[in-house]
Write a protein that binds this ligand. Structure first.
Ligand code: HEC
Ligand code: HEC
Length: 345
């Protein structure tokens, strides 16, 4: 696959346009409104600033209904596609977490896995699977990894609604443009390995009030829930390890991804950890038991594309598995690189 992408940007653009149109044609025969990619095309490499559309701009028509449904699913995922919903055919997430437990404020918060601009980048080459993927396939990778569940059919109403919502989030973003604040922030790399025993202390001092001492978080179960439907519940505080948490194939399982996330946002409303504390506590929570995804050695089929903090072999270098897992990372970088971009791939 890699060689196809080396010749020129034009070739890449043509491939993207081709797959984009195949995707559009294939999504045209739905029983309900299907989400089409018709955002304006930008000048190449343009960067636009963070702009969240007003809720009042959601149109009062069928498309607007899908956008609203998508937003609701994003905010209260467990109610629609969670592991305890009454209709067994709608159980897709393996955890009662919500998309916005990680993509804060329904994906509208800058630098904390913010999703403004993400829709406009798809379809795009995904190094993890080694192929070009559309937005639905990307959503499915959060379902199967970050939410430890199973893939949702691309033509299901819930998937279409999520795609419509993400499209609406990018309403101001020209196709192909990058958005400042999308994804996660760059963090400085420390020239030391992360220390899980120091991380445990950071965890006990800063995280247990919300995420609990065993990492399981806290459900928002109503106290008087008597019948099964009433007991459907999401999390007030999502689990950071243990069986309700993301699996080891998730983005947050990578040390630098979770360090950036935690450094920027945790403890919630009082993010005051140093990078070193965030690094150590990330290593600690990721060293605790959690669901496991099979076949992780097949991720990044072109090993050259494997991020340095993806801890599953084979590797394209002689650094140990432990160093890929815990650092230090500086010596793994190419010359001249001081910090690392943890923008989603
Ligand atoms: C446990 C945290 C977590 C949860 C829950 C989660 N995600 Fe993600 N998501 C991530 C991380 C981390 C990334 C990017 C990094 C990576 O995967 O390597 C990401 C990336 C994405 C992207 C790609 C963004 C881009 O710019 O390419 C989309 C789209 C997305 N998520 C949608 C969703 C949706 C929809 C849900 C709910 C069904 C969801 N996510 C649930 C953590 C999460
Ligand atoms: C004041 C409560 C609070 C504290 C203290 C706190 N968190 Fe969180 N954390 C939250 C909430 C709430 C969310 C989900 C945000 C949302 O849904 O809007 C979250 C989300 C997360 C997530 C992503 C979702 C998941 O469960 O994987 C991680 C990782 C995380 N916190 C780690 C930490 C770590 C590490 C600490 C300690 C350094 C910490 N948090 C301290 C409230 C807190």
């Amino acid at each position: 696959m890699k060689t196809i992408f080396t010749p020129s940007r034009k070739v890449i653009v043509l491939i993207i346009l081709f797959f984009g149109s195949v995707y559009l044609i294939s999504t045209n025969s739905h029983p309900f409104l299907s989400c089409k990619s018709d955002t304006p095309v930008s000048k190449k490499d343009s960067v636009v600033s963070w702009k969240v559309p007003e809720l009042s701009s959601i149109p009062d028509n069928d498309e607007g209904k899908m956008i609203k449904l998508g937003r609701d699913i994003f905010i209260e995922t467990y109610k629609y596609i969670g592991p305890d919903v009454p209709d067994a055919s709608k159980r897709f997430t393996g955890s009662n977490m919500d998309c916005q437990n990680c993509h804060f404020k329904a994906g509208t918060q800058k630098n904390v896995l913010g999703l403004i601009g993400s829709y406009s980048e798809y379809p795009k080459f995904d190094p993890r699977s080694g192929k070009i993927i559309n937005i639905q396939e990307r959503i499915n990778s959060c379902l199967t990894r970050s939410m430890n569940g199973k893939a949702m059919p691309e033509n299901s109403k819930e998937m279409e609604a999520l795609a419509f919502y993400l499209k609406w989030l990018s309403a101001y973003v020209p196709k192909g443009a990058k958005v400042e604040g999308n994804g996660l922030q760059k963090i400085e790399l420390l020239n030391i390995a992360a220390d899980t025993s120091k991380g445990r202390i950071v965890y006990l001092n800063n995280c247990t009030t919300c995420h609990s001492e065993n990492g399981s978080g806290a459900l928002n179960k109503p106290a008087n829930a008597e019948v099964a439907a009433d007991s459907l519940s999401g999390y007030d505080y999502p689990p950071v390890y243990g069986k309700g948490s993301y699996n080891d194939g998730a983005g947050l399982y990578r040390l630098l991804t979770s360090t950036s996330f935690i450094y920027n946002k945790m403890p919630l409303n009082d993010a005051q950890l140093t990078i070193e504390q965030a690094y150590d506590v990330s290593a600690y929570i990721n060293s605790q038991p959690r669901p496991q995804k099979s076949d992780l050695s097949r991720d990044y089929p072109d090993v050259k594309n494997k991020p340095i903090d993806f801890p599953f072999p084979p590797f394209n270098d002689n650094f140990s598995e432990s160093q890929h897992r815990y650092g230090p990372y500086q010596q793994m970088l190419k010359e001249g690189e001081k910090s690392i971009m943890v923008k989603p791939e």
